[in-house]
Design a protein around this ligand. Structure first.
Ligand code: ATP
Ligand code: MG
Length: 209
């Protein structure tokens, strides 16, 4: 057998799987979430970005009615079905109770100890990191990724080494979409057709006239 040439590159060590955790209520999932997830995956060469559906979003609970979690999961599954490298996550549903990212990361690490974990958040969520349950654990267990709009970096505390990914910011929020739907305004292009189909099938967000 021929010897490798002396200047041949050393064989690459098997690389650790790079997993992005993008948590949310996803009530409903919209193009802002999807554009964020695919761009972060691309920018950081992640193997997968998991859109993790919060079981009980404790920061929102009591403020409004949250759509049942299995309906939100069905919408997220519909949104990512045909998108390579995106996945719908049900781990927080399986864990039960309120959804804390610290616990989710611990469960992901227990499942796949070799994986390198990235916690992905929008700028509003990043600015509120200090209010998260055991946020020090979140920072210890994962690299923190914040999605910035081009030219308008959010001000963040500098005790965390944030990775910033610039994504064209789409001014879409689930809250606004629910309002539009109730008014009978179209959600076309703001959520995917498959998500719209799940909303119609399950009769979510009130009736469209
Ligand atoms: P709501 O209006 O109910 O708060 P939302 O649209 O903000 O819903 P969430 O499920 O709360 O969606 O957000 C999940 C994650 O997605 C958060 O990290 C949030 O910062 C981020 N995010 C929400 N909207 C956008 C958007 N338009 N572009 C980029 N990221 C977004
Ligand atoms: Mg929000």
């Amino acid at each position: 057998m021929a010897e490798p040439a002396p200047d041949a590159p050393a064989p690459l060590a098997p690389s650790r799987r790079r997993v992005g955790l993008f948590g949310g209520t996803f009530d409903p999932p919209h193009v802002g979430h999807l554009v964020t997830a695919v761009n972060v995956r691309h920018a950081l060469s992640l193997d997968v970005v998991v859109l993790m559906v919060a079981n009980v979003p404790w920061q929102k609970e009591g403020r409004r009615d949250i759509t049942p979690v299995l309906d939100r999961l069905a919408m997220v599954e519909a949104a990512v079905r045909d998108v390579p490298g995106l996945a719908a996550g049900r781990l927080e549903i399986d864990l039960g109770g309120p959804s804390y990212t610290a616990d989710t990361l611990a469960a992901l690490a227990a499942d796949e100890p070799e994986a390198e974990l990235f916690t992905v958040v929008g700028d509003d969520a990043a600015a509120g990191l200090a209010t998260w349950e055991r946020h020090d654990e979140v920072v210890a267990r994962s690299r923190m990724v914040v999605v910035d709009r081009p030219g308008a970096p959010v001000q963040l505390s500098d005790d965390v080494e944030w990775i910033r990914v610039e994504v064209p910011r789409l001014e879409v929020s689930s809250t606004d979409l629910r309002r539009r739907f109730l008014d009978g305004r179209p959600l076309d292009y703001l959520v995917t057709d498959d998500v719209l189909a799940v909303i119609a099938e399950r009769g979510l967000y009130g009736r469209q006239p």
